[in-house]
Design a protein around this ligand. Structure first.
Ligand code: HEM
Length: 219
C-alpha cells in the first residue's frame, strides 16, 4: 500500500473502519440471535430469512474483505510499532505513557478471535445440517445444532472465554477508532468513551447469555 492509505495514519483509519464494519455485524448477529430466547421456530425462521436472499452474499463479501484489511493493517502496524520501540529502552514506559493492558494485547486478542471465528464457522455454518419445517417452509434447524453444541461444558467455557476477549477487544478497538476519527476530543470525549464501553459490554453479555442459557436452562 502506498500514499495516505499506506501511511501509519492511513492504516489506522483502515483498521478502524474495517473494525467498525465487524462491530456493526457482531451487534446485529448478537441481537438476531436473541430470538433463541423466544423459540426455536422464531430463531430458525429469522436465520432462514436472512440467508435465503442475495443480500447475504453482499454481506459475506464485505465481511471477508473487511477482515482481510483489518488483519493485514493490524499486523503491519504491530510490526512497525515493535520495530520502532524494540528493546531500545532500558526502562519500560510507565505511568501515563504506559499503554493499557487492553491496548498492549490487541494483537494477541485479535489472533484468538480469528481462531474463534474460524472454529465457529466450522461448527455452525459448515456444521450438521438438520432440517425443520416452520409455517410450512422447510429450513435449516440451526437452533437444534446450537442446543446440541452447547450441551458440552468445554464448548460453553470456550465460548465464554472467547466472548470476554471479544468484549475487551471491542471496547478498546471501538474507543481508539473514535479517537482516530477525532471524536475523543473536547466536550464529548467521555460520552464516546462510555458509549464504546457500553457497546462492548452489551455485545459480550448478549452473546454469553446464549450458550449459558442453552447449557443451564434449556435442556
Ligand atoms: C454465543 C455466541 C454465538 C452464537 C451462538 C453464534 C451462532 C451462529 C450461528 C448459528 C451461525 C450460522 C448462521 C448460518 O449459517 O446461517 C453463525 C454464523 C456466523 N457467526 Fe456466529 N454466533 C456467535 C458469536 C459470533 C461472534 C462473536 C462472531 C464474530 C466475532 C460470529 C461470527 C459469525 C460469522 C462471520 C458467521 C457467518 C455468517 C455468514 O457468512 O452467513 N459469531 N453464528
Amino acid at each position: 500500500m502506498s500514499g495516505f492509505l499506506g501511511s501509519t495514519v492511513g492504516k489506522k483509519y483502515l483498521m478502524g473502519i474495517t473494525g467498525l464494519i465487524w462491530a456493526g455485524f457482531v451487534l446485529a448477529h448478537m441481537a438476531g440471535n436473541l430470538l433463541i430466547f423466544v423459540s426455536h421456530d422464531a430463531y430458525n425462521a429469522y436465520g432462514h430469512a436472512i440467508t435465503s436472499g442475495n443480500i447475504i452474499y453482499v454481506a459475506e463479501t464485505v465481511l471477508v474483505l473487511a477482515l482481510i484489511v483489518h488483519v493485514y493493517t493490524a499486523f503491519s502496524l504491530t510490526a512497525a510499532n515493535r520495530a520502532s520501540k524494540g528493546s531500545k529502552y532500558a526502562v519500560a514506559a510507565s505511568g501515563k505513557k504506559k499503554a493499557t493492558l487492553a491496548s498492549r494485547t490487541m494483537a494477541i486478542q485479535g489472533s484468538l478471535i480469528l481462531v474463534f471465528v474460524i472454529l465457529h464457522l466450522i461448527t455452525f455454518k459448515y456444521g450438521a445440517h438438520y432440517e425443520t419445517t416452520v409455517n410450512g417452509v422447510v429450513m435449516r434447524d440451526l437452533a437444534r445444532l446450537m442446543e446440541e453444541v452447547f450441551q458440552s461444558p468445554g464448548y460453553v467455557a470456550w465460548y465464554v472465554v472467547a466472548l470476554i476477549i471479544l468484549g475487551y477487544h471491542l471496547s478498546h478497538g471501538v474507543g481508539s477508532t473514535f479517537q482516530s476519527l477525532g471524536l475523543m476530543e473536547g466536550t464529548y470525549r467521555n460520552t464516546w468513551k462510555k458509549l464504546s464501553y457500553a457497546y462492548a459490554f452489551v455485545v459480550a453479555l448478549g452473546f454469553i447469555a446464549q450458550p449459558l442459557y442453552l447449557f443451564l436452562i434449556a435442556h
